[in-house]
Design a protein around this ligand. Structure first.
Ligand code: ADP
Ligand code: MG
Length: 612
């Protein structure tokens, strides 16, 4: 293992490296730096995000340019404004002892004339996004005709983002005899084409396998019904109290919605997507960097710029359209030598996509279960206990201690602890007490014939509820909610004991657990309601393949009973339900089903705030 001295860097750089606390070169640095220092060559370097590519091209560039000259000699192209600023900052840090060095960032969304002025003062190095750079060239605000070194950083991402023409255009204004150094995490065909077109006999280095994802990242997937996606997301977050994550959605709209819902549900979340103004995006990124935001919900394009090192989890709320993009997503975690987890929430129809991703990343996914309510409560409780244990005492409290002690004079330590924990814990407990199991078995029979949202099986996959036919319906003034209330009242059952209530015009269906079957049938024998006989029979229709019938039987398992809040939530039964947000997003314990919100999978409920 070599040191930075061995690589042949000058004292100014070595001093800066010491200041930065870098003790030894990373693999890509170890491989690239000597090549770039020793020869005038083109280079293709393949290395994952977080492997230290900036320094791999940054140190050699700083070493090679003439700082006494004010001519622009180095041009670094990078896909986003955020990356552009990040590279600029890094370059300034690396070159802090190089007197007279001027590195200028050129990117959209900020004054072009200010940037032009900074360049005029003599910028040896320009770090630019392709769009703005092209603009500047067109307006003759910059001269890159004397460039000696050009870097295409995150080349695969730049091409993904459609910058190919811009890059071609920009490079056509640079001298033919310059050196081009291309850095990329993956090597799709487009990158190879670019390399061939613009580069001269490039040397090639690879860190890890081509297209392989970062080794410190483990990959997990969770199989749920599509409509439970949002619930699953919340549970994954609740089961990881110290989560610091990027949540990827496919569209801007879903990104915004998921973020809004999380915020409303009491999570520290924020949205990052292209419909936000630059100012809004800056604010979100700032909050994310100082961890005020724990869950950053982002589109792929917007997340390109995320350069935060200690992201613990990447959550794929939806899988990307192209499996290659998964590499970029998961590369947001496990950076700078840390470990990370990339989680994918999939519905049954998407499971096969996991296989194609595995082929690309050359790693196996582990199938995991969405934690149940009891697991989450335990995690939350222990996390709280640890937090309290590690809390530094604030002695401002001392002066109030007498009164507090008086109040608790008769309280035993055990009781005090229990009470104290209950303040926080009860919220979680109440929320998850009656939560259902969100996991579905991979090979289970899918009543929807392959459509999203097959039947929801409990862990054992057993069907232990009974479905009944009842000869009252819409024309008798029942909608599903009224019928459910009626049945509960008649049978003396609890909120979750009657489920999958489905009303038709002159008859209806509902379910109960098997164990109350006799009671139900007995109650409705010779039963009269408002002067007419009401007849209940066990139905052959076991709950059908209708969307509304997807919640399984309300079996009790360890206090974690699935509830039926969607039971009977049929489209035609929803006429009466209000369409307001708050109504749609009822708590888990509420008996009204949330409205299905258009095409997205956002379900109900607020876990963190106390409800009702
Ligand atoms: P990449 O461009 O490959 O995604 P970066 O250049 O952004 O990676 O580096 C990722 C992080 O690792 C940055 O915070 C950087 O300061 C740090 N880093 C880079 N090289 C080293 C090193 N040799 N030792 C320790 N940390 C390093
Ligand atoms: Mg980089």
């Amino acid at each position: 293992m070599s040191t930075f001295q061995d690589l042949g860097l000058n004292d100014n750089l070595l001093q800066a490296i010491t200041d930065l606390g870098f003790t030894k070169p990373s693999e890509v640095q170890e491989k690239a730096i000597p090549i770039l220092l020793e020869s005038e060559t083109d280079l293709v370097a393949l290395a994952q995000t977080g492997t230290g590519k900036t320094a791999a091209f940054g140190f050699p560039m700083l070493e090679k340019i003439d700082i006494d000259s004010r001519t622009t000699q180095g041009l670094i192209l990078s896909p986003t404004r955020e990356l552009c600023l990040q590279i600029t900052n890094e370059m300034k840090l690396y070159g802090k002892y190089c007197k007279g060095l001027n590195v200028v960032a050129v990117y959209g969304g900020s004054s072009i004339t200010d940037q032009a002025r900074d360049i005029k003062r003599g910028a040896q190095i320009i770090v630019a996004t392709p769009g703005r750079m092209k603009d500047m060239i067109k307006r003759r605000l910059v001269d890159i005709s004397k460039i000696q070194y050009s870097v295409l950083d995150e080349a695969d991402e730049m091409l993904n983002m459609g910058f190919k023409e811009d890059i071609t255009d920009i490079l056509s204004h640079t001298p033919d005899d310059k050196n081009t150094w291309l850095f990329s995490a993956t090597m799709p065909r487009e990158v190879a084409t670019i390399a061939k077109k613009f580069m001269n006999n490039p040397q090639e280095i690879t860190v890890g396998n081509k297209n392989e994802s970062t080794s410190q990242v483990s990959h997990e997937y969770y199989l749920v019904n599509a409509r439970d996606r949002y619930q699953a997301l919340k549970r994954l977050s609740d089961a990881n109290p110290d989560i610091f994550s990027v949540v990827f959605c496919r569209t801007k709209r879903d990104t915004q919605k998921v973020a809004e819902n999380l915020i409303e549900d009491g999570y520290n979340a924020g949205a990052l997507h292209g419909d936000l103004s630059q100012n809004q995006r800056d604010m979100v990124m700032k909050s994310f960097r100082n961890k005020q935001i724990q869950m950053l919900v982002a589109t792929d394009v917007a997340a390109r710029g995320i350069d935060v090192d200690d992201i613990t989890h990447v959550i794929n709320y939806q899988l990307p359209d192209e499996p290659e993009i998964y590499t970029h997503r998961s590369g947001r975690t496990g950076r700078a030598g840390k470990t990370g987890i990339s989680m994918v929430i999939v519905s049954k129809s998407e499971v096969r996509k996991i296989k194609s991703i595995e082929r690309i990343i050359k790693k196996q996914f582990e199938k995991k279960e969405i934690p149940d309510g009891a697991d989450i409560c335990e995690v939350q409780l222990m996390s709280l206990a640890n937090k309290i244990h590690n809390t530094e005492i604030n002695h401002e409290i001392d002066k109030h201690l007498t009164s507090i002690n008086e109040l608790f004079a008769d309280t035993e330590k055990d009781e005090l602890i229990k009470k104290f924990f209950s303040v926080e814990f009860t919220r979680f407990y109440n929320y998850y007490n009656k939560s259902k199991n969100l996991n579905i078995a991979e090979g289970s029979y899918d009543r929807d014939g392959g459509r999203e949202g097959g039947r929801d099986f409990s862990r054992g996959g057993k069907n232990d509820s009974t479905r009944y036919f009842i000869n009252v319906g819409g024309k008798d003034g029942f909608d599903w909610m009224k019928l459910k209330d009626f049945l509960k009242e008649q049978l003396g059952l609890g909120r979750d004991d009657v489920f999958k209530v489905e009303t038709k015009e002159s008859f209806s269906f509902f379910n109960t657990e098997n164990e109350v079957k006799e009671k139900v049938l007995a109650h409705f024998t010779d039963f009269k309601y408002e002067g007419r006989f009401v007849n209940v029979e066990v139905s052959e229709n076991r709950g059908g393949g209708r969307r509304s019938d997807r919640s399984g039987g309300g079996r009790r398992d360890g206090g974690n009973r699935r509830n039926d809040r969607r039971g009977g939530g049929r489209r035609d039964d929803r006429k009466g339900a209000s369409g307001s947000r708050s109504d749609r997003r009822r708590s888990d314990g509420d008996s009204k089903p949330p409205r299905r919100s258009d095409s997205n999978d956002l379900g109900s409920s607020r876990p963190r705030r106390s409800r009702r």
